[in-house]
Design a protein around this ligand. Structure first.
Ligand code: SF4
Length: 322
């Protein structure tokens, strides 16, 4: 970690901290000596979270400026090589990532936002060159791949997710699920699951059911918390969709009394959402109000219907196109 990061950490202990690719933060660390300042992340999201810049290639000692590198070989286990000199940088970058793990554990960031398409930082769709020289976009950057494997629950996004409503909304949600997850013990697993039930259903109904089954065994099964964590981390990487939310919202509306004015209002709101005429957050607020009117405490306790205000503010920074 650079000295600059260390200073920032000490100054602002109370603000959520997140790591960000240094080049997105405007640091001149790209291979060509340039940067990729991202104004929404730094100027707008920077009011909500404290960014801690990080640059795997520079911090691993690859130099500045440096030769460009690329992923080569098997997309699931690629090597990282310098494009011209053909030097293999894989070990050097992996060694640095392992050392960085200690810093991550000390800082306990709420999430990480990395630069897309980079052979070190890209979260998905990174170029990989096969032995035969063909190029695919199946790769994951060396650092982000290490991060996903070693800390699967750590919320992870790349800057291009901001222009994809469902991806960014999913990331904001993941950040807060992760915060709550860190306080969960085996005894409280079932309650955690119950309060996230519809949020999880909106990601993937089948996997949410499987998680429910694992949570139900929590009292008798010592491994249940690890099994739950593995499945939950996989789910957090899934992108939701309007259709999946409609399904979850309809399940919520099913708790309102049949033929009641409240149920009719809920269905009207969901129909408008399914036609793209009403934003998701507004329908969630309506359902929360209706649940409160009917004193349905199970629904009132759902994080899906009453997200953290900071989550909503982070969500709003992304694309408005749902
Ligand atoms: S993409 Fe990652 S490795 Fe490349 S310059 Fe930016 S922070 Fe550094």
């Amino acid at each position: 970690m650079s000295d600059r990061c260390a200073v920032t950490i000490q100054n602002n202990q109370s603000i959520p901290r997140m790591f960000i690719s240094g080049c997105l933060a405007g640091e001149w660390v790209r291979y060509d000596g340039g940067q990729q300042f991202h104004s929404v992340l730094i100027n707008q999201m920077g009011r909500l979270v404290e960014w801690l810049p990080i640059c795997p290639e520079f911090e691993a000692g690859l130099g500045l400026p440096r030769e460009p590198i690329q992923l080569e070989g098997d997309p699931h286990n690629p090597a990282v090589r310098a494009v011209v000199s053909r030097r293999d940088m894989t070990d050097c970058l992996q060694k640095w990532a392992h050392e960085k793990g200690r810093v991550l554990d000390e800082v306990r960031p709420w999430g990480v936002v990395l630069k897309s398409r980079s052979p070190s930082c890209g979260v998905r769709d990174v170029k990989v060159v096969s032995v035969e020289g063909t190029k695919t976009r199946d790769g994951v950057g060396c650092f982000s791949g290490w991060l996903s494997e070693s800390r699967p629950m750590m919320p992870l996004a790349q800057e291009t997710d901001l222009s994809d409503f469902w991806r960014w909304q999913g990331f904001a949600e993941w950040v807060f699920i992760y915060q709550r997850w860190q306080r969960v013990e085996r005894e409280s697993l079932q309650r955690f699951h119950q309060r996230h039930k519809y949020q999880l259903m909106a990601r993937h109904a089948g996997m949410a059911k499987a998680l429910g089954r694992v949570a139900a065994t929590a009292v008798s099964h010592a491994e249940s918390i690890d099994d739950y964590c593995t499945l939950l981390a996989r789910m957090m990487r899934l992108k939701s969709s309007r259709l999946r939310h409609v399904n979850a919202l309809k399940h919520v509306a099913g708790y309102l009394p049949k033929k009641s004015r409240e149920r009719a209002e809920a269905h009207r709101a969901i129909d408008h959402f399914s036609l793209g005429q009403r934003p998701l957050a507004s329908v969630q607020m309506t359902l929360y109000r209706l649940a409160s009117q009917k004193r349905l405490s199970y629904l009132q306790n759902q994080y899906y219907l009453k997200p953290d205000p900071l989550q909503l503010r982070i969500q709003r920074l992304g694309s408005r196109k749902q």
